[in-house]
Write a protein that binds this ligand. Structure first.
Ligand code: GDP
Length: 362
């Protein structure tokens, strides 16, 4: 879980923002996620990321470490406990989260292949992000495939570009300008992040390579900076419960479980919950809350461990009776003492209806 003990009181008030990666198939979403994770796990560092259910937690210390060299100019001050990366990249998982209640991602990375430019699912992703009012940055991935690209380590992308030969710089500029023009056709203003002076109106473009790792530090910095500029209210830890179901899975010995991301608030063992179900809302009681054990040197798959309670942001496997017909992409509600069960059931039903309505049009 989160390393609570080293945080200042102000940081404690902030939960980890949740980051989703989406974009067209083959643009490098999985590779980017893997690279972010492997960079952080390398050398078996104690402060490496922790694998959660459906998500990975990247502590702020790791991000600081990773961006040390290039943060001299940007001077981002870190005020977040870390980032929670949703592990299933892209389209399906994000598109699944259709119910109005499921506000899963605080921020997204939209991946565009710098060689291919905007593709069909890029446009779909932009529409989804817009519909959900999710702020995002663009990773212009596969920058290593720009004509005669030279790799430099520990430099910001801005500095790297200045060192490229003239033809490479031209190729980069023309590809980038073409993408900026394509984005403009979809009513999006975009600019390379070091030229972006208005984070609220202009989307930042960050050149990256998931193969060489170039630009990943830049990407993390731009993400953190944007989070902190516009999200500080939203990512403040609140008691209101927000929990989104990512997957419904039958597990031998446990029955049907749901993998969920707790976006805000606390879940407890024994909580009475309402879950959207095909065939009507499901009212049940949490039998256990499972998370992987803390990351150790070994990569051996160990059993999940039960928790008395879970605090946002966190990926968790929920075991409860009667979850067979639960619907992925919907919200989970806890029935508190003052809550009206019937009203929560109606909310849950609305979630299912919106999921079914979307299915019909596909
Ligand atoms: P996804 O479908 O968006 O998750 O894309 P993948 O991560 O599976 O990548 C698709 C292909 O592009 C794979 O063969 C990757 O090795 C390759 N790829 C991903 N990122 C890069 C990159 O930055 N540079 C280059 N040259 N290839 C990349």
């Amino acid at each position: 879980g989160n390393p609570e003990n080293q945080e200042t009181p102000a940081e404690k008030e902030l939960r980890s923002p949740i980051l989703c990666i989406l974009g067209h198939v083959d643009t490098g979403k999985t590779s980017l996620l893997d690279k972010i994770r492997s960079t952080n796990v390398q050398g078996g560092e104690a402060r490496g990321i922790t694998q959660q259910i459906g998500a990975s937690f990247v502590p702020v210390e790791t991000i600081k470490e990773q961006t040390k060299g290039i943060n001299e100019k940007l001077k981002v001050n870190f005020r977040l406990p870390g980032l929670l990366l949703i592990d299933t990249p892209g389209h399906e998982s994000f598109n699944n989260l259709r119910s109005r209640g499921s506000g899963l991602c605080d921020l997204a990375i939209l991946v565009i292949d710098i060689v291919h430019g905007i593709e069909k699912q890029t446009v779909e992703s932009i529409n989804l992000l817009r519909m959900r009012k999710t702020p995002f940055v663009v990773a212009l991935n596969k920058v290593d495939r720009v004509y005669e690209w030279q790799k430099y380590v520990n430099l910001s992308m801005n500095e790297e570009l200045k060192l490229q030969n003239r033809h490479t710089a031209q190729d980069f500029e023309s590809r980038t300008n073409k993408i900026i023009a394509q984005l403009a056709e979809h009513e999006l203003n975009a600019a390379l992040y070091w030229r972006n002076s208005d984070y609220k109106k202009v989307v930042s473009l960050v050149p990256t390579s998931a193969v060489t790792g170039e630009g990943l530090g830049d990407l993390m910095l731009v993400v953190v900076q944007l989070m902190q500029k516009i999200m500080s209210e939203k990512v403040t830890y609140r008691n209101t419960l927000e929990c989104t179901i990512l997957e419904v899975k039958a597990i031998e010995g446990l029955g049907t479980t749901v993998d969920a991301v707790l976006v805000n608030g606390v879940l407890n063992e024994g909580d009475k919950i309402v879950v959207s179900g095909f065939g009507g809302p499901i009212v049940t009681t949490i039998r256990s809350l499972l998370t992987p054990p803390p990351l150790r040197e070994t990569r051996v798959k160990t059993a999940l461990i039960p928790n008395k309670s879970i605090r946002a942001s966190m990926g968790v496997k929920i075991v409860a009776p009667g979850l067979e017909k639960a619907v992925a992409g919907t919200s989970l509600y806890v029935v508190g003492e003052d809550d009206d069960l019937e009203e929560l059931k109606r909310e849950a039903q609305k979630d299912v209806d919106s999921v079914l309505a979307t299915d019909d049009t596909e």
